[in-house]
Design a protein around this ligand. Structure first.
Ligand SMILES: *Cc1c(COP(=O)(O)O)cnc(C)c1O
Length: 361
């Protein structure tokens, strides 16, 4: 079976973890500091702050920006649920607006229409590794005096006009096992603001700078040097990983004919966390797409669906004051999308097999 993801663990990762284990210093320490430094360099920011997950990176970023009860945060429904849950966890209200059909990313025109006096931030998600229309989004943020918190969990190294994901606003990344670089579990916050970086570090560690002196409310959002040892080695592989993903996407785009393939606009570097196609003439309940996936699985290719249910459709959100809304583009795409394996460890034979099976549909 050709799986949707395959974490790469080389000798260097194993060696780095062994070194940490043998040192006896397991908690967040110098391997984490080294990892943060490499991460900030890749994101073109002054600081990177390692966290326990992408979810907690988002949560800390919202807390450090003082977003809470009474505030609204505008975001996309076409994302992993962490994007929405982190807003709820700080007591703010997620305002979900529709996406662009072509990019799967939040539609700037919909953001503009959703701004109210309570809006505090825009939380764009660079879905699949493709940066949002940041010119338009930053223009809206500037005119309405809003913060930008990027959910760049899938987009490490992605660029728009030479600017990297995580450098437009406050960047939040995930290092979960299947992400483009990973540490098993983990996250990063990126910023070039010294005071903001310090605030994130304080929140990450119970508001503590001097041992057992607590200057503000914080929590344990730390990672460990065991995780960071893996992540730090992975950073040295990022460029090669990304080049391979880009080459794989180019091959699939060139050869796949049976479904609607993804397009990338001028000026963008897509890092292909996912390679997502759309099934043609799909039923709105997703059944056409689901049948296509079933067929592919029978023939040894295992696609993924990111995401089968747009966030605004989850019933539990009604308990948290998020109204039922109709977001037709997100709903339509949720029934059409399937992501094909694109990870850097695919062989040429596997790529050819993916093309063959998809074109047979
Ligand atoms: C993975 C992911 C997250 C959450 O990251 P975790 O490390 O799993 O907590 C948030 N947003 C998006 C878009 C993601 O893909």
């Amino acid at each position: 079976m050709i799986y949707i993801s395959k974490p790469y663990i080389g000798e260097e990762e194993k060696q780095a973890v062994l070194e940490v284990l043998e040192s006896g210093m397991l908690a967040q320490g110098k391997r984490t500091a080294e990892f943060e430094e490499k991460f900030a360099a890749v994101c073109q920011t002054k600081h990177a702050i390692a966290t326990s997950s992408g979810t907690t990176a988002l949560q800390i970023a919202l807390m450090a920006h003082d977003i809470g009860p009474g505030d609204e945060v505008i975001t996309t429904p076409f994302t992993f649920i962490a994007t929405v849950n982190c807003i709820l966890f700080v007591g703010a209200k997620p305002v979900l607006v529709d996406i662009e059909e072509e990019t799967y990313n939040i539609d700037p025109a919909q953001i503009e229409a959703a701004v109210t006096p309570r809006t505090k931030a825009i939380l764009p998600v660079h879905l699949y590794g493709y940066i949002c229309d940041m010119d338009a989004i930053m223009d809206i943020a500037k005119r309405h005096n809003l913060l930008i918190i990027e959910d760049a969990a899938q987009a490490v190294g992605a660029e728009y006009n030479g600017k990297r994901a995580g450098s437009f606003g406050t960047g939040c990344f995930s290092l979960y096992a299947t992400k483009n670089v990973m540490s098993g579990e983990g996250g990063m916050i990126t910023t070039s603001d010294d005071d903001f970086a310090h605030c994130c570090q304080m929140i990450r560690n119970h508001g503590m700078e001097r041992r057992y002196h607590h200057d503000m409310l914080g929590y344990n959002f730390r990672t460990s040097d065991i995780h960071s040892a893996i992540g730090s080695v992975q950073m040295d592989r990022l460029e090669a990983f990304t080049e391979k993903r880009i080459a794989n996407a180019a091959y699939l785009n060139e050869h796949i004919t049976g479904v609607i393939t993804p397009a990338v606009r001028e000026g963008y570097k897509h890092v292909w966390h996912q390679y997502t196609v759309r099934v043609r003439d799909a039923a709105s309940d997703g059944s056409t797409r689901d049948a296509a996936i079933e067929k592919l699985r029978e023939n040894g290719v295992a696609p993924g669906i990111f995401y089968p249910i747009p966030a605004h459709k989850h019933a539990y959100l009604r308990d948290y004051g998020v109204e039922e809304v109709s977001l037709p583009v997100a709903e339509k795409l949720a029934a059409e999308v399937m992501s094909l394996p694109i990870h850097p460890q695919l062989t040429q034979e596997e790529l050819a097999k993916i093309v063959e099976e998809v074109n047979k549909l």
